[in-house]
Write a protein that binds this ligand. Sequence first.
Ligand SMILES: [Zn+2]
Length: 280
Amino acid sequence: MSLLNFNAILDVAQQRQFKAIGSFNLHCIEMLPAFFRAAKKTDSPLMIQISTGTAEYLGYKLLVDSVRSLAESENVPTCLHLDHCSDIKAIETAMNAGFSSVMYDGSHLSMEDNIANTRIVVEMARPRNISVEAELGAIGGSEDGKAVAEEDICFTTVEEARHFIEETHVDMLAVSVGTVHGLYTGKAHIQHQRLKEISEATKTPLVLHGGTGVSDDDMRLAVTEGINKVNVGTEMNVQWVGQCKTMFEKGKVNDSVRKFLIPANDAVTNVLMEKIALFK
Ligand SMILES: [Zn+2]
């Protein structure tokens, strides 16, 4: 089974009665089987996203081969997506390695430059049947490793979104409508009216970043208002590291390391299953 792009995976998700697909950040290779277990248990397709840093840490070949192999053996329709990348060269590396979807993040640039660069990526992606996500507006928290201060959060406007989509024809658009990256202690306030208006104006699948900090009720609502992809990054990391800290603290050095990691991997499966349940 080859990896599917975003449009194909969204089709599968919708056939299975999901309104949106969760795109979950893989932080280390040990998490990968845990992701597939969650997809199997919920009968959901799987969208795995990864930062350039993590892809380089794991090695593109190990990553792509492992994801392809599990997609096939577990019979789970799977999309492998490059998260937040503002380096077109790195995007090309991911495309060559076998990613089926990429995000070009030019949200820090002027509208003109964001459009111009996004178009370059779209032109590279089309012949290879790879989907492209772009971002308009600035989402708070940390973006692409750089902190976005609260006063620099810039909400996406309806007019800008309409113009951007007309100029770039990206497959999906990340919007800034109140969520914050990395938030796992409080809850974000989603601007539902803005979201609905952007969806109406663009007729394009919208992406909600910072899914960790969204309440269940807000999430259920957002996926009826045009959000078709929900990024969840921080929560798996928080759960995995939290479990590992406890287990390593309790363990002995000659215990099999496997024993320390199993509870962490189970916690990751649970995060995915809980989020996926909100998209039905
Ligand atoms: Zn993001």
